[in-house]
Ligand binder design. Sequence first.
Ligand SMILES: [Zn+2]
Length: 269
Amino acid sequence: MPELPEVETIKNALEPYLVGRTFSGVRISDTRPVQRLSLDEFCGGLVGRKITGLSRRGKYLLIGLSGGANLIVHLRMTGALLWNPAEEEPFTRVEFFFDGGRLIYTDVRRFGTMHLTADPNDVVGKLGIEPLSRRFTRKALAGMLKSRSLPVKSALLNQEHIAGIGNMYADEALFVAKIHPQQRADSLTTAQINRLHGAIKQVLKQGIKNQGASVRNYRGPDGSKGRAHEEFCVAHREGRLCPVCGSPVKRIVVGQRGTYYCPRCQRLN
Ligand SMILES: [Zn+2]
């Protein structure tokens, strides 16, 4: 599932193709991704508008348009945006046409969403702090974990606290910080919080550097896979050996999410 590093990679890859182009047409073969608007309103709101810039907020991709509109895409489980694919893609749900190019949206599981809105806050207004921004301080992280009795892993996945961390990077950050994913959020020591703060920034930056993780079917806009999963220490590596201590990585379920950790490096306090 695309998380912050994957969406950042998509944004960076699409920027040179899309900025300055004008929508000439939209073809929708599955209405499910289009949220809140009729298909006529959605297509009519895009055609003729020029793309002015791309940005990311949490796991959302924001495509800024002339006239102050925004196309906001969330890829959820299996969504992908592909620029000028050489072959026909199965599971194509929406196609955007431009002068000299085509952007297609494919989605096997069909959980992805698209909003067209003048005010991005309609969609992303409730998101919490960007973990790679200056606002994400040790103190801010401590404030989010304080008086929360749930497992620290579940606290990290709350998008209204920190925006963009999902299952994979939460597991990796907790491993780097040597914290058990089931430790109660409100029981973390200052030293643990400080380690976790650094670990979150580290794993997300490394994920972006490696163009995202293709654990399942993530692809960049040119169809290429990321390399971040090749450097994962625990995420999706059940039974493989911990790179620090050599113990087999274990899989448990925390807050209904498959969770990977090293039972020796990440002990429950
Ligand atoms: Zn270990």
